[in-house]
Design a protein around this ligand. Structure first.
Ligand code: DU
Ligand code: SF4
Length: 239
């Protein structure tokens, strides 16, 4: 399957009862309030450069962000911080992301959520994560030939990405590296890597605190921290 087919197939997924109910409940309530606005209310696919050198992995769409606009991190506070930083360091063509048709383009960069439906309180259950992670695994498989750097926004993405990268053909350290802002882990294709990976250079997994309101309000994440991290990602990815 190619990326457009993957996007189409996962956008109709209904595998998690609780999340399907939630994403649709939120959508119905919101449509009533904003009758003239289209409201997505479905799984939010990966988005950006189809041959990315940087892959950004988040947690899950926000109820009134990605779940509303249909584009990941679009129309929510985390996205405001994320896209502004990507723009400042030259990985996006504009600093804001308000609607799926706003002209935003990512440069050498793609992004996806670990869990693709908006969860209540932004907290998917472990079972929901395990159910959804195969979509991320398929997406990483599709882009693995070009990716040089994987940026994990928050500990949830960090935990989820190791089995995915192992399955994609990378030798992943044991025990799993501990998450932190700025933590870098270099991984190389393993002996059983698929042909398009074998013989390729190592890639770097980069930990980044999630630019959630909780973190940005308290100063745990600052604009400077995000800019430094994405500048590093850009360097690692030769962009
Ligand atoms: O029209 P297109 O070049 O196929 O782009 C489709 C879609 O992906 C559009 O929403 C822009 C985005 N995109 C991007 O962000 N960065 C790229 O390098 C290529 C496409
Ligand atoms: Fe499907 Fe993932 Fe949504 Fe669950 S969270 S319904 S697996 S797209």
């Amino acid at each position: 399957p190619d990326l457009p087919e993957l996007v189409a197939r996962q956008s109709v997924c209904r595998a998690c009862d609780r999340l399907v109910a939630w994403r649709e409940k939120v959508a119905v309530e919101r449509r009533r309030m904003f009758a003239d606005e289209p409201y997505w209310g479905r799984p939010v696919p990966g988005w950006g450069d189809p041959e990315p050198r940087i892959m950004v992995v988040g947690l899950a769409p926000a109820a009134h962000g990605g779940n509303r606009t249909g584009r990941i991190f679009t129309g929510d506070r985390s996205g405001d911080w994320l896209f502004a930083s990507l723009y400042r360091v030259g990985l996006a063509n504009q600093p804001t992301s308000v609607r799926a048709d706003d002209g935003l383009r990512l440069i050498g960069t793609r992004m996806a959520a670990t869990v693709r439906c908006a969860p209540p309180d932004n907290k998917p259950t472990p079972a929901e994560r395990d159910t959804c992670v195969p979509w991320l695994a398929r997406e990483i498989d599709e882009v693995a030939a070009s990716v040089r750097c994987v940026v994990c926004l928050g500990g949830f993405a960090w935990q989820s990405v190791w089995p995915v990268l192992k399955q994609a053909g990378y030798a992943v350290p044991r025990p799993r590296p501990k998450f932190g802002h700025g933590v870098e882990v270099e991984i190389a294709p393993s002996g059983t890597a698929p042909a398009e990976l074998s013989g390729t250079a190592p890639i770097t997994v980069l930990g980044c605190y999630h630019p959630s309101q909780q973190n940005t309000f308290t100063g745990r994440v600052t604009e400077a921290m995000l800019d430094t991290l994405f500048t590093r990602a850009k360097h690692l990815a030769d962009l």
